[in-house]
Design a protein around this ligand. Sequence first.
Ligand code: KG4
Ligand code: ZN
Length: 340
Amino acid sequence: MTLLAIETSCDETSTAVVRGGCVLSNVTSSQTAIHAEYGGVVPELAAREHLRNLIPVTKQALREANVTPAELDAVAATRGPGLPNALLAGLKMATALAFSLRKPILGIHHHEAHLYSPWILTDPPRADFEQFEPSVSLIVSGGHTLLVLVEEIFRHRVLGSTLDDAAGECFDKTGKLMGLAYPAGPEIDRLAATGNPKAYPFPRPLLNEPNDDFSFAGLKTSVRYFLEKNPTLADDPQKLRDVCASVQAAIVDVLVTKTVRAARRLGRRCVTVSGGVACNSALRRQLASACQEAGLKLRLSDRKFSTDNAAMIGILAERKWMAGLAEISVDAEIEPSWAL
Ligand code: KG4
Ligand code: ZN
């Protein structure tokens, strides 16, 4: 089948064309520059930009895939969770297209798409579900931090989640305190590469608690107090790099330790990691060595499919369609707080 997928849950307008498990195109227009001015995503601006970008991005995705609308067998879109008006823009555009083509419309869960994105290969981009195996899976993004037990495709259970801020939010908010532009995650990653991760011992929240939950608000507050006590620190380039490396180490230590611990406790052989924070170099490196040490197989989403993208929506939608799942009616509503 040939399927068009649309993702607009936050600040990326993304459209992909997927056929037979292959990603024929995946076009994303990022709004980062617009929101950077405000230090975070402004929901109204995000929705307005999606409305502006959806048609050109969709046309480009069809052109790059060399597919005409008449050749589409279905249209998929992110139904939730996400910013309500941002979701609405993508879902309604997808619904209108599906309705006009008299084709089914599929509503996809954003986190479920992240969850299965480590099973997308890159060269060429295509689904690799033949290699699928049960896993303990970490989803780390700007909006969520979830640890999930995946028994089989579409049979999964949330083990734990963040009690307050998400890991990406912690990167972004502590970076903002240091004067870095939004989103600060990639910049902290870059600066931390030449910083000392042991320079400042920031707390590792819930690290030793016997549960699979996370909490990052306390870490952010501790960085805030630390910077208030050391107001000139961010002006010294080496010290700034040391703070970045130390904050990153605190976040990564918690994520890696709790993920590997859950996998061992539950007797899983495979760990997968996805979501925007899965791009982080220290997380990727530390996970690789912790998994190797614990005899676990590690499957990381490729950086291209870690941050929000429509390819992961399309790959999951096609799979769901084949399983007889995910079709919704043309007047289905968005699900901004859809639980996984
Ligand atoms: O999955 P995503 O694109 O959007 C959400 O669903 O939230 O994730 C965006 C998040 C942002 O918080 C961003 O700072 C973070 O992913 N991020 C990173 C890196 N690249 C993106 N955080 C740390 N290191 C990175 N290299
Ligand atoms: Zn996401």
